[in-house]
Write a protein that binds this ligand. Structure first.
Ligand code: GLN
Length: 292
C-alpha cells in the first residue's frame, strides 16, 4: 500500500488501522488518530482540523499509530492527560487520571464551600500524578495539601505537575506507605479533607489490555476482592481526620457496601456519590455524629 499523501488521508488510514487492531479502541479510533497526528505535528487538535488537513504527513505518525495499535494508552504516548480542566503530565509510573474521578474533586470542593474552609488542610493518599490533590488545591486557593505515595517515580511526576500548575508552594509530596507503622507521623494531622484513589481492582479482574499491560499494577490491584487497601487505610482514618473533616475514597462500582461496612467498623459514617454514568464511585466518610 502506498503512503498517504496528506494528513487527511493518513488520518483515515490510521483510524482504520486502530479500529481493526483492537476492539477497545474501536469507538475512539478516529479521535485517537487525530490526537496522535496533532502530537506529531506539534499543534492542537483544533488547529489540526482547521489548518493542517492538506499538509504533508509528518514523519513519526505511523510509529505513533503502531504504538496505539499495540494497546498503549494515548495519554502515555502524548505524555499528558487533562483532568478537571487541567493538564497533567503522565508516564507509565502513574495511573492515567479518569473522568470518573472528577466527582471526588467536586465533592471535596463542595464540602470546603459548605463549611467555609477555604484554608483547608488536605491529605491525598496514593497521589500518583497528583491529579486529585492538585485539582482540589487549584479550586481552593487558600488550601494546603500533602500528597503521599509509596512510589518515588510517581512522586517525581506529581512534583512536576505541581510546578507546572504553579501549586508547588501549597503541595508537599512525601514518600510514605500506609501499610508501614508510623507512615503518618510527620504529615501534620488532623486534616479537613482526606482524598484517596487507592488500588481497588480485584487481582483477576478482566481489564482492557491497555490498562492491564501498561498502567502500574501497584496502583490498580488490591487482593482477591480489591479491598485490601481499604482494610488497611480506613481504620487509620479516624485519627487523621479533623472532627468535622471528610474523607473521600474512590471505590469500584460494586464495592460501596463492603467499603461502607469497613468504615462503620471504624466508627465512620458514609455517604455515596455516583459518577456521570450513575455508578457508585466515591464514599464520603465522616466521624459518626459530625454534621454531614
Ligand atoms: N478506575 C480504575 C480502573 O477501572 C482503577 C483505579 C484504581 O484501582 N484506583 O481501571
Amino acid at each position: 500500500m502506498s503512503s498517504p499523501a496528506t494528513v487527511a488521508a493518513a488520518l483515515r488510514e490510521g483510524a482504520a488501522t486502530l479500529a481493526a487492531s483492537l476492539a477497545e479502541v474501536g469507538d475512539t479510533a478516529r479521535l485517537d488518530a487525530e490526537l496522535l497526528m496533532a502530537h506529531a505535528l506539534g499543534v492542537s487538535r483544533s488547529d489540526l482540523l482547521l489548518r493542517h488537513m492538506a499538509a504533508a504527513v509528518p514523519g513519526g505518525f505511523a510509529a505513533l499509530i503502531a504504538r496505539r495499535a499495540a494497546a498503549e494508552p494515548v495519554a502515555y504516548i502524548l505524555g499528558e492527560q487533562e483532568f478537571f480542566g487541567l493538564p497533567f503530565r503522565v508516564t507509565p509510573d502513574v495511573l492515567i487520571p479518569r473522568a470518573d474521578s472528577e466527582v471526588l474533586v467536586e465533592a471535596a470542593l463542595g464540602h470546603a464551600a459548605a463549611r467555609g474552609i477555604a484554608g483547608a488542610k488536605l491529605l491525598d493518599c496514593g497521589t500518583g500524578s497528583g491529579c486529585l490533590l492538585l485539582a482540589v488545591l487549584h479550586g481552593l486557593p487558600g488550601a494546603m495539601g500533602v500528597g503521599i505515595d509509596r512510589s518515588a517515580p510517581a512522586l517525581a511526576i506529581a512534583a512536576e505537575n505541581a510546578r507546572r500548575l504553579k501549586l508547588a508552594d501549597r503541595a508537599r509530596l512525601v514518600l510514605a506507605d500506609w501499610h508501614e507503622a508510623g507512615w503518618e507521623r510527620d504529615l501534620g494531622a488532623p486534616f479537613d479533607l482526606i482524598l484517596a484513589n487507592p488500588p481497588y481492582v480485584e487481582a483477576d479482574a478482566p481489564l482492557d489490555s491497555g490498562v492491564r499491560d501498561h498502567e502500574p499494577a501497584s496502583a490498580l490491584f488490591a487482593g482477591p476482592e480489591g479491598l485490601d487497601d481499604y482494610f488497611c487505610l480506613i481504620p487509620q482514618l479516624p485519627a487523621l481526620l479533623a472532627p468535622d473533616g471528610l474523607a473521600l475514597l474512590e471505590i469500584g462500582a460494586t464495592q460501596a457496601e463492603a467499603v461502607a461496612d469497613i468504615a462503620a467498623a471504624s466508627g465512620l459514617a458514609s455517604r455515596l456519590y455516583r459518577d456521570l454514568a450513575g455508578r457508585a464511585r466515591v464514599l464520603a466518610l465522616s466521624h459518626v455524629g459530625a454534621a454531614a
